[in-house]
Structure formats: structure tokens, C-alpha cells
Design a protein around this ligand. Structure first.
Ligand code: 2PG
Ligand code: MG
Length: 432
């Protein structure tokens, strides 16, 4: 006899992501009436070792169609999953890897695996009648994460001249997520007025993650605008709201010359580190992601040695959420933070394994969206489940970003009087 948690059907639907590209929506149902719906996000600044997104190529959808991926979901994955207990997450995820058989999801599609893996967890939670964050992590005291809010977009996410991809505000000095979000929205809006006044109305057009994409040329220009916006909104830069950067430096690396192209200059790794050190001296920076190319873990380690006592140095493309890669690199101590994006590795089980290895090695885990994202709020629940204390999910604008913030508001509300806001806790030191 079938149990309530047994999977009764698995379907795949075409959906659009926030850049208007096709993606996969997986719908998993259980015998007990549980339903899990999950959508795969998609990155622009992708690490070389990420799970492969399966795309059709050709003319339709300008090559980005997912009909082959949907066919694999329906004909190869669904028949194997029907009848399996949806709580057997790791068994199901290993089965997805076995079906793929290539070690990088180039046959099955990382987009298929991600959507199915997450939808299975949601279906099990729904069958049990408990929130997803409880199902995944059963936190006794839910910790609401401090958001790393990308409000100026550059690099591969915007059509301006800023080389650095993400300029983030980090609302550390607040007692609740709701208050932190309110302050961040005030800063976002005051930045909008400042940019409009200084650069004209075109400057407040937004990039892929909802941050503004002003016609600025330098890192300091963007950081100064953030400081001014924080002050204009009535907050103290550093103690109330700190700053973060995602350099996405693989995009700036010139492998032929071994240098980084930044603001019209070609910098050797040691000079780039000098640049980061001077920025950290001048600005209340608490977070620095992908400061060097993903193929240069040594320079990450030097950055962590130099700045790790006051700044969270974070590997994104460096690790690609891959537990094997993280294990190989960990003895170098390249970073004190590890970014987690389920679709980089393709399954929830691998992403959770990665989070565990990071934690064993004293690294903070940052649960992250992708630049091409969807209305799926999943990462909000995952951040609370992991008690990671940090989430990166863009500006407080555009529904694919606010879906996550709105879910966190809901979780805080549901746990009133019990939940705690992470604030400064995830950072190596306070910056006042
Ligand atoms: C990053 C992400 C998300 P993308 O580099 O951290 O901000 O961008 O999804 O384009 O890889
Ligand atoms: Mg990144």
C-alpha cells in the first residue's frame, strides 16, 4: 500500500526566469495530497565548475529553450521517482546523479535536477504539514539572516562601466529582520534620489538584481554613493549599515597576462589585494566575495590572511557549491565564507553536504539567489533552516527578489518572540 509521503507524480513545466529566459518548473505530488513546486534559477557570471544547464540551442528561444530538459524530466526522471518516499531526499538526489552519469549534469541538466530536488523537499514538507524551514532544519530558535543587499549593479549584471559586479548594503545594527529591511529600503530609496539628482533620471534604471545601474566609472564613486545614501536616510555607516562587494573577479581576469582589468588599469594579484586593503581601510566593508579568479585560490588565501579578521572573504565561483571542490581547497584556508547556490551543484543533498563541510571548517555559509531568478522563495526557507545568518538576494525591488524578503518577513512574523535576527553575529568583527 502506498504511504502518504510516496511520490504520486512528477511533472515539468516551462516557465520564464527574471531575464525572460526559459527555465524549468518541477511539480511533485505525493499520495497524501502534498505538493511541491520549484523553479530553477540561472546565473550570468557562472563558475567554470558549475552543474551544466541543459539548453536546446538552435533558433527558438535564441538557443535557450528547455524542451530537451523537460523531456528528460518527464521520460527519464519521473518514472523513477513515482512510488519513492519523498522524505528520502538523499536517495532521490543520488538517483538523479546516477541517471545523469556524467558528474556534471550535462545529460540530465542541472536545471532539471535543481528544480526536481527542491520540489521533492517541498512536497515532503507539505505532506507533513510543516513549513519548509522546519522540515529542512528544525531550528528551535529560528535565526533570520542578515541580508547582503545589492543596490548598485555593475559587471555582467548591468550595462554600465562599473567593473565590480555588486555593491551591497548590510544592515547589521538592528534587532529584527523587519527593522533591518525597513532601514535598507529607506537607504535604497534615498540612493535613488541621490543618483537621480547627480546623474539624471537614466541613472535609476535597474540591473539584473534590482539595484541601480548608474553611469559610474569607479568603485569609490559607487561606495561613496552608498555612504551618502546611508547618511541621508538617517543611519550611521558602519554601525547601523555596513558595506559589501562581490567583485566576481573571474570576469576581470586576463589569463594571457595574469592580470586583472580594473578601472582602466591592469593589476597583478598583489596590487589588487592592496586595492582591497585600502578600500577596507576607507570604508566599513564587512563582506568581500570572489576577490580573485576562481583558478587562483592562493590569492584568496592571502586576502583572508590580510583581511579575514575584519572582513568575511567569500568564495562563490571558487567553490561552485561543490563539496568535493571545497574539501580539496579547504587546507589552503582560502576564505572564511562560502556562498551556497543549489543550482551550482544541482541537488539539495550536495548543497547541504557543502554547508556542513564549510561549517566544520569554520566558514560562514551565505545562501544565495542567482542573477536570473524566479518567484520561488525557496532560499529564504533554506537560509533559516541552515541558521546560516546570511542571505544574498538582491535589492528590495523586483518580485523575484522581494519574494524572498517577503517570505523572511512571514517567517519572522510566524515566530514572533522566538526568532532572532543575525545582525552582526556572522561577521568576524564589528565595524564602527
Ligand atoms: C553571484 C551571482 C548572484 P550570478 O555572482 O554571486 O548575485 O550572480 O547568478 O550571475 O552568478
Ligand atoms: Mg558571486
Amino acid at each position: 500500500m502506498a504511504g502518504d509521503f510516496d511520490i504520486s507524480s512528477v511533472r515539468g513545466l516551462l516557465a520564464l526566469d527574471s531575464r525572460g529566459n526559459p527555465t524549468i518548473k518541477a511539480v511533485v505530488a505525493t499520495e497524501g495530497g502534498g505538493l511541491g513546486v520549484a523553479l530553477a534559477p540561472s546565473g550570468a557570471s557562472r563558475g567554470e565548475k558549475e552543474a551544466v544547464e541543459l539548453r536546446d540551442g538552435g533558433r527558438k528561444w535564441r538557443g535557450k529553450g528547455v524542451s530537451l530538459a523537460l523531456a528528460r524530466l518527464e521520460h527519464v526522471v519521473a518514472p523513477r521517482l513515482v512510488g519513492v518516499d519523498s522524505r528520502r531526499q538523499s536517495y532521490i538526489d543520488y538517483m538523479l546523479e546516477a541517471i545523469d552519469g556524467r558528474g556534471n549534469f550535462s545529460f540530465l541538466g542541472g536545471n532539471v535536477a535543481t528544480a526536481v530536488s527542491i520540489a521533492v523537499a517541498k512536497a515532503a514538507a507539505d505532506t507533513a504539514g510543516i513549513p519548509l524551514y522546519t522540515y529542512l532544519g528544525s531550528p528551535a530558535t529560528p535565526v533570520l539572516p542578515t541580508p547582503l543587499m545589492n543596490i548598485i549593479n555593475g559587471g555582467a549584471h548591468a550595462g554600465n562601466d562599473l567593473d565590480i559586479q555588486e555593491f551591497m548594503i548590510v544592515p547589521t545594527g538592528f534587532d529584527s529582520f523587519t527593522e533591518a529591511l525597513r532601514a535598507s529600503v529607506e537607504v535604497y530609496q534615498s540612493l535613488k534620489s541621490i543618483l537621480k539628482e547627480k546623474y539624471g533620471a537614466l541613472a535609476v534604471n535597474v540591473g539584473d538584481e534590482g539595484g541601480f545601474a548608474p553611469p559610474m566609472k569607479t568603485t569609490r564613486e559607487a561606495l561613496d554613493a552608498l555612504i551618502n545614501a546611508i547618511k541621508a536616510a538617517g543611519y550611521e555607516p558602519g554601525s547601523d549599515i555596513a558595506l559589501g562587494l562581490d567583485v566576481a573577479a573571474s570576469q576581470l581576469y586576463r589569463s594571457d597576462k595574469g592580470v586583472y582589468s580594473l578601472e582602466g588599469k591592469e593589476l597583478e594579484p598583489a596590487r589588487l589585494l592592496d586595492f582591497y586593503e585600502s578600500l577596507a581601510d576607507e570604508y566599513p566593508i564587512v563582506y568581500l566575495e570572489d576577490p580573485f579568479s576562481e583558478n587562483d585560490p592562493q590569492s584568496f588565501a592571502e586576502t583572508t590572511k590580510a583581511l579575514g579578521s575584519r572582513v568575511l572573504i567569500v568564495g562563490d565561483d571558487l567553490y561552485c557549491t561543490n563539496p568535493r571542490l571545497l574539501s580539496q581547497l579547504k587546507s589552503l584556508k582560502p576564505t572564511n565564507g562560502a556562498l551556497l547556490k543549489v543550482n551550482q551543484v544541482g541537488t539539495l543533498t550536495r548543497a547541504l553536504e557543502y554547508a556542513r563541510i564549510a561549517a566544520f571548517n569554520g566558514m560562514r555559509v551565505i545562501v544565495s539567489h542567482r542573477s536570473g531568478d524566479t518567484e520561488d522563495p525557496f532560499i529564504a526557507d533554506l537560509a533559516v533552516a541552515l541558521a546560516s545568518g546570511l542571505i544574498k538576494t538582491g535589492a528590495p525591488a523586483r518580485s523575484e527578489r522581494t519574494a524572498k524578503y517577503n517570505r523572511l518577513l512571514e517567517i519572522e512574523y510566524e515566530n514572533e518572540g522566538v526568532a532572532r535576527y543575525a545582525g552582526w553575529d556572522p561577521f568576524p568583527a564589528r565595524r564602527h
